[in-house]
Write a protein that binds this ligand. Structure first.
Ligand code: ZN
Length: 163
């Protein structure tokens, strides 16, 4: 478990900033984030730069849009009447939904805005088209359990969380 490789549960602190240096998200001040390395739990451009790092490592990782949340397709959010959404969905900006394409694939979409009658749906992740600047500190590395490997995600700090 000395360095990060596939099949390890890695816990890390991160601060994410944009090109202007504005903080978009951070785990600091809260719990560090666990992920299962090699399972695509985090954006590919960050996962690849985690490989080989040891506990205590601190580093910066810049991730291009294509290796982060994707390029922006250039389309503005599209209005959809509120009545087309099931009543149990929270209609708020920033909420991610799963839509179904005509050929039956699940596709993530995001609520960009809401007015009296419409929900504005964006096909782009809120961070699409942005270069991501991560400031990372690795806080723990352990072997994943068989159950975690089967599920493709970590089960809490000790691996014994059931769900
Ligand atoms: Zn699970």
């Amino acid at each position: 478990m000395s360095t990060i490789a596939d099949g390890h549960v890695v816990t890390f602190h991160y601060t994410l900033t944009d090109d202007a240096g504005q903080v978009l998200d951070s785990s600091r001040g809260g719990e560090p984030l666990p992920y299962l390395h090699g399972a695509g739990n985090i954006v590919p451009g960050l996962e690849s730069q985690m490989a080989g790092k040891a506990v205590g490592a601190k580093f910066k990782a810049d991730v291009a849009p294509a290796d982060g949340y994707g390029e922006h397709d250039g389309n503005d959010p599209q209005p959809v009447p509120k009545g087309e959404f099931p009543p149990d969905i929270p209609l708020q900006a920033g909420v991610q939904l799963m839509a179904q394409t005509p050929d039956g694939h699940a596709m993530p979409i995001w609520i960009a805005d809401v007015d009296d009658q419409h929900v504005f749906i964006d096909m782009n992740h809120p961070l699409a088209g942005q270069t991501l600047h991560f400031d990372i500190e690795i806080t723990a590395i352990r072997a994943a359990t068989d159950e975690e490997k089967a599920h493709g995600h970590p089960h809490g700090p000790d691996g014994h969380h059931h769900h």
